[in-house]
Write a protein that binds this ligand. Structure first.
Ligand code: PGA
Length: 247
């Protein structure tokens, strides 16, 4: 007897190419990146590809001006958000402030957990804050145990799954600014599919970890992977452009 096909909880057709600049660059270098990107005169069909730059918060205002003035097909994202709203929280940027500049926020990145002791509960609060101000969360998932825990804390993720961009990003695959050592595309695809099954409805799932111009296509052609979160290879406008073009 033929096995009954399980429903496929998979991606939309649109590809999301998300640069994570982490704590790199100065304002001058950020604008230079945009100048190089502009000079490459890339044609991006925005209904097929969403290009998002998640840059250091200090540069958002100037970068937004440059992008608007030059009509570039680029959206901006922030790399973190406060779990609180407006108030006496020294050094924090809350969602309402960020929403003046960005449409996306990377939340729950493993580097924030590792170096800043961010907890799952913090991440869920941040997802909630982002959604309140129409910022689309780019939610990093290190493994299935973490996703199970997220889902057990409350219903924020399940209730808003269609607004969230899920990224399967195993910490061991992140380049950390050094060599590239990605997950294999088939394992990444399997895990991305697993996220979809656990959520139980159509979602957008990406892969992150050591993506570069050489391997990008092998991930993006996978059934459950709708793009990538790209660190090291996004710092150079030429190599990021190659990734956009190759996908
Ligand atoms: P990487 O970083 O592409 O340099 O591995 C990805 C990330 O940490 O989001």
């Amino acid at each position: 007897m033929r096995e009954v096909q399980k429903p496929l909880y998979h991606k939309t057709k649109k590809l999301f190419l998300i640069a994570n600049w982490k704590s790199y660059k100065t304002l001058l270098l950020s604008i230079k990146w945009l100048q190089v990107f502009t000079s490459l005169e890339l044609t991006i069909k925005t209904d097929e590809k969403e290009v998002i730059l998640c840059v250091p918060s200090l540069f958002l205002s100037d970068m937004k001006r440059f992008i608007d003035d030059n009509n570039l097909p680029i959206k901006l994202g922030i790399q973190n958000l406060s779990r609180y709203g407006e108030g006496a929280y020294t050094g924090e940027i809350h969602a309402k402030q960020a929403s003046e500049f960005v449409q996306y926020a990377i939340l729950g990145h493993s580097e924030r957990r590792r170096y800043f002791h961010e907890t799952d509960e913090d991440v869920i609060e941040k997802v909630q804050r982002a959604l309140e101000f129409m910022i689309r969360p780019i939610l990093c998932v290190s493994d299935m145990k973490q996703l199970d825990y997220y889902l057990s804390i409350g219903s924020v993720i399940a209730d808003n799954a269609d607004e969230i961009i899920f990224v399967y990003e195993p910490p061991g695959a992140i380049s950390g600014g050094g060599d590239f050592h990605p997950e294999t595309p088939s394992v990444a695809n399997e895990q991305a599919g697993e996220i979809g099954k656990k959520i139980g409805q159509p979602i957008v799932t990406l892969y992150g970890g050591s993506i570069n111009a050489e391997n990008a296509q092998s991930f993006f052609s996978m059934e459950h992977i709708s793009g990538g979160l790209i660190g090291q290879a996004s710092l150079n406008a030429n190599s990021f452009t190659q990734i956009i073009e190759s996908s």
